[in-house]
Design a protein. Structure first.
Length: 95
């Protein structure tokens, strides 16, 4: 978790995610395709399946629509990672 907090750079949302979603953060960070998808989703400021618009190529490369519910597919990991702070870090992330 200390590495995650270091990378958070003092951002309250990122810090909360490190503290409350470390399993999801670790699983995604261990999968290069998940990292690419999560980064795209963050940059596009999109949520869930709406990210198939701006991040379609990345999400298709990570398993596509058929694997959004698959926690072992890169696209599934990225969506699970995105959901955690939306429930655990509402205040810190401004949801």
């Amino acid at each position: 978790m200390s590495e995650c907090l270091e990378q958070a750079g003092g951002d309250p949302c990122e810090e909360c995610s490190c503290e409350n979603c470390i399993v999801q953060v670790t699983r995604c960070n261990a999968d290069p395709q998940c990292v690419v998808i999560a980064r795209c989703m963050d940059q596009a400021n999109c949520v869930g399946l709406a990210c198939f618009g701006p991040c379609g190529p990345e999400m298709e490369a990570g398993g596509g629509l058929a694997n959004v519910g698959n926690a072992n597919a890169p696209v599934g990991k990225a969506l699970i990672l995105q959901q955690c702070p939306m429930t655990e870090c509402i205040v810190e992330c401004g949801f």
